[in-house]
Every structure is written in structure tokens, then in C-alpha cells.
Design a protein. Sequence first.
Length: 235
Amino acid sequence: MWQHLTDAVGEQQALFDREIQAWIDRYTRGGGTIFCGKGCFNCCTLAVNCTFPEALRVSLSLSSLQAERVRDHAARLMDRMHEVADLKSYLRIHRQEIGSCPFLDEGGSCGIYGERPFSCRALISTRENYWCGLDFSTLSSEEKRDFVESLDREVVSFPLHYVAETQDRGQVLEKGVAEEMTRRFGLSLYGDLPYLVHLEREHRLSSIIPLGYEITMSFLDQNSLLNPFLVIPDR
Ligand code: SF4
């Protein structure tokens, strides 16, 4: 039932990787520098969001250790959920208290590299990895101003240092997946990657979603699984 959609996601991810590499090649030939590389993982402390079919691909590829880490991560997320007032506080709590992505391994590499979602692939840094792990609220206003003035505004998702074009393209691909999911099942689902993986591993959500919008919403509600960071557009 899901195979066609998850296979299509895999093909689009491979195509996206080639598009990103072509973009990086053009940028570096023109004198630009990209700082992403193996063993660089500061962006993996950010909250990662994706569509449910992307999370479903991840959920099928986990080792038992990774599955256990997802369970712990989801429990921490739910424990702190009552402290979340808005997106800003969610991002702060996520980074400072919930911890890095559970798929980050001991060597600082992504343990699901081949299956990582569009949002991870799209995040390309035009600054050293120090900036990817920094809490900008700790900077003085002069430091913030110097940073912002140093950015290549033609390229970045201003006022951040990540490439705008790859992020925009990643969002287009996510939208296409969401639309296809809606066409097939009457709803789409987007949200925190580890939490979506948890919903599949522990609650087999992929077997509920084909039953339709009302049944899926009622299942999530009755099992206290809804939270503000699952995005399920109204029909
Ligand atoms: S899925 Fe991989 S690349 Fe994405 S945040 Fe997690 S460890 Fe990092």
C-alpha cells in the first residue's frame, strides 16, 4: 500500500542529491565555499521535520539500538511538551534539553545517511560548522550584526547561513510527497522526524492512515499522540 510512495521518495532523494551536488559544484567554481562534510554534525542538534512517507522509509531501516534511541528521544520530547509555548521555545528546548538527533552515531555520522529526509539533505552551510551549533541568542548585538553583514545575501536563506535554493527545492519535494499522500489516503502528515518514526515503530501508524482522516485523527487523539508539532492539514 505504501511501497509505491516510499519508492518514489527514494528516487526523488537520489535526484535531489545530484541536484545539490551540481549546485555546490557551480558555487565553488564561482569562488564560493561550502563547509558541510563528513564528521560535521552541529546541524543535527536542530529539530528535523519531514513528511510521514520519509519517516516510514527511516523506520524500516533501523537497528535495535537506533529503535531504542528513538523511543528514548520520543519520551523526552513528550515529557517536555507542556513547556512548549510556541515554535521558538520548541526549537530552544529541542536543542538544549532534548538533545541531538537519535540517528547521530558515536562517530558523529548520520546512522541513516541513505534514508535521511529532504530537510537534512537540503541544509547546506556557507559558514564553518561552529555557526550551525550556535545558539544565536547568546551573541551580543554587535556579533549578530557582524555575522549578518558577512552573509552572501544572493545565496543564503537570510538571516541564516544555509543555502536558500536547496532548502526551497527540498520544500517543493516535501510538498509533492504530501500531495501524493493526500491523493492516496485523504490526509497528509508532517512533523518531527524521530516522533514520526516512533509513531510507526510503536503504533503502526501506516496501517491506520489508509483508513482515512477521521479514523486516523481519532486514533491519535485516543492514544494521546497528538501534539502541536504534528502537522495534519484539515481536509
Ligand atoms: S537524520 Fe542524520 S543528517 Fe538528519 S539530523 Fe539526524 S543524524 Fe543528522
